[in-house]
Ligand binder design. Structure first.
Ligand code: PLP
Length: 417
């Protein structure tokens, strides 16, 4: 066996591509090679069919009707909440459906932040965050005259627990918000160690799990975060639904984020009282069919087994890191070891702009992303304007990585490099 073949067979197969109808598509006769799951995942038939069946057979608004159809819709929506909560080891009553992870983080920044962060206080985040975990804190700190500080990213794409300790020792930090897995560097942060330190310092922690929950076993309960947020569309689920898990003591004390129907206990001309958790934070008609779809997505992932998913994606990432090394002038960012990263690799190629890299990959039928990946401050820290990023999902196979490498080598030839 050649080295390449033996490396390829070292990637444990999940063999699930047939479950994803989109892979029947052809682009100029070429099969779809999708290496952009970091942006959004493809959807298995189980998810598409669950949403289709919901609309065909069970559609009614929730929490309002006494008739049988409405009760079916209620059961579907609350059943999905129970599955989603169980998937990450949390209680359904403190699992809130939002529009996406961005809205989940905003919910905390408004409903918890505006009440608990004031002049002289600090919010701490990291230099590797997605804009969704920076801009809400910038707005909060600007409004409340508080300071926003950042944990630095080192040359390996990691943060330092010593710096976290030093920041917390200053005594002014009210909240620490950090990603579980970086969407640019791929770095897996030591979230358990971090939340423990934050709690010991009397501060509150928020973990952005957007790039973690779809790709590895996550037990949000044992991670020990006060808030853990993620987004459905990256986890084989539909767009339009995100999840916020929060500690009951904090959620109970918080004022609502959005107000209106469904989130109230009673309303008079003078004022209103709030519904119980989690409904206090779900104003208006919620994403019912989307919840059903996300429920089907976590069922699907559960059936695959998240340990197997992680093993497959880690091995595939190791294979990708190895093969990218064959492309002259290619530099990737983030930790060199696949076990310290999620299933994505961001890179630059000397002499080529990131957008040209993505365009040339596209000519080879390979979908990768190029740009700042909604992490402009990190790009500045890395000293680049943009990177190309290849990210994997359960349906990827070593052949997809080979197609990427072929396209990159061909791209270098086109560029005369
Ligand atoms: C780490 C991280 N956080 C937040 C987001 C934002 O997700 P959404 O647009 O679903 O709110 C993303 C999406 O790219 C992400 O990768």
């Amino acid at each position: 066996m050649s080295t390449l073949q033996s490396e390829r067979t070292a990637v444990s197969a999940l063999d699930v591509r047939g479950d994803f109808p989109i892979f029947a598509r052809r682009f100029e006769g070429k099969p779809l090679v999708y290496l952009d799951s970091g942006a959004t995942s493809q959807k298995p038939s189980a998810v598409i069919e669950a949403m289709d069946t919901h609309y065909r057979e069970h559609n009614a608004n929730v929490h309002r009707g006494v008739y049988a159809l409405a009760q079916e819709s209620d059961a579907a929506y609350e059943g999905a909440r129970a599955k989603v909560a169980q998937f990450v080891g949390w209680e359904p009553s403190t699992t809130i459906f939002t529009k996406n992870v961005t809205e989940a983080i905003n919910l905390v920044a408004y409903a918890w932040g505006r009440a608990n962060v004031g002049p002289g206080d600090a919010v701490l985040t990291t230099q590797m965050e997605h804009h969704a975990n920076i801009v809400p804190w910038q707005q909060l700190c600007r409004e409340r005259n508080a300071e926003l500080r950042y944990l630095e990213v080192d040359e390996r794409g990691e943060i330092s627990l010593e710096q976290l300790d030093r920041e917390l020792a200053r005594g002014d930090v009210k909240l620490v918000a950090f990603t579980h897995v970086s969407n640019v560097l791929g770095t897996i942060l030591p979230v358990v160690e971090m939340t423990a330190r934050v709690r010991a310092a009397g501060a509150v922690s928020l973990v952005d799990g957007a790039q973690a929950v779809p790709h590895m076993p996550v037990d949000a309960g044992s991670i020990g975060a006060d808030f853990y947020a993620w987004t459905g569309h990256k986890a084989l689920g539909p767009t339009g639904i995100g999840v916020l898990h929060g500690r009951a003591e904090l959620l109970d004390e918080m004022e609502p984020f959005l107000t209106g129907g469904d989130m109230i206990a009673s309303v008079s001309f003078e004022g209103a009282t709030w519904n119980e958790l989690p409904y206090k934070f779900e104003a208006g008609t919620p994403p019912i069919a989307e919840a059903v779809g996300l429920g089907a997505a976590v069922d699907y992932l559960d059936a695959l087994g998240m340990e197997r998913v992680r093993t497959h994606e880690r091995e595939l990432t190791a294979y990708m890191l190895n093969r990218l090394g064959e492309v002259p002038g290619l530099n990737f960012v983030g930790p060199p070891e696949a076990e310290r990263r999620g299933g994505l690799v961001s890179f630059t190629i000397e002499g080529m702009h990131a957008h040209d890299i993505a365009e040339l990959a596209n000519r080879g039928g390979v979908c990768i992303r190029a740009g700042h990946h909604c992490a402009q401050p990190l790009m500045r820290r890395l000293g680049v304007s943009a990177t190309a990023r290849a990210s994997v999902g359960v349906y990827n196979e070593p052949g997809d990585v080979d197609a990427l490498i072929d396209a990159l080598l061909e791209g270098r030839r086109v560029f005369g490099l």
